[in-house]
Design a protein around this ligand. Sequence first.
Ligand code: 13P
Length: 283
Amino acid sequence: MPFVPMSELLAEAYAAGYAVPGFCVWCPEAMQTVLQVAREMRAPVILMNGPAEFPCLAPSTLAAAAHELIARYPAQAALHLDHGESLERVQQCLDAGYTSVMLDYSTRPLAENIAALREVCSLAHPLGVTVEGEIGVVGKVEASVVEGGEASALTDPAEAAEYVAATGVDALAVAIGNAHGQYARLPRLDFALLERLRQAVPVPLVLHGGSGTPDADLQRAIGLGIAKVNVATDLVAGVRESLLRQWQEGRNPWIPSAQAEAMAGMAGVVAGWIRRTGAAGRA
Ligand code: 13P
């Protein structure tokens, strides 16, 4: 079973009022875990790699592993470049067989962001590849988080409408008070702004910084047009804590055994997000 364009998964979710979880996965073991859980729960999922994951493996290697794994563990899934940082990176991922790409020029001037995403759409759409853009800036809450800058800036609905019309992006990441990383204080999502954004743009909306979002807020955001929720910190933190715990308890010094236990724990986190987003049973 090949990866599908992300737009197919998001169109169904947007119409039916659930969200597809996008998981940042940095190694084949993590991808395998997500696909296995998705298959068991009959859930659509998005495997995501980006600059935060590429220090471990190059996009072409991650994509080759992902394609091998989806053939073994068929699931309804897309393979997405998260927070692409340049047009060269986008081209690299198109060549490698990603079925969705994001170029994150959200910190650049609007005109530059629009021109670049229009270019991405002209490269990706003829290949049937989905494009995600972002305006407004989703910052980060802690220094250990790789993605996002320190500062956030909320998305302006008029700019969002202009951006989507001018670029042709298929999905729009919005900044409504969300942030990447482990929230020190609970986020205050601006639901009135989200409602205005949903009315302003015709495409599914994406919530970055999923980890730590209280369930009531998550459900409300999904009800207001969020059709994709990005999750990274919850996965990484769970694996890190499992490894630390095992080694503090003097167990599993052999890395493969320790990693297997950590991945079993991660499967529970993935299942939790599939349930919370309403994606279970939708594939
Ligand atoms: P979290 O690390 O806060 O879950 O955010 C992930 C993300 O938005 C990746 O794009």
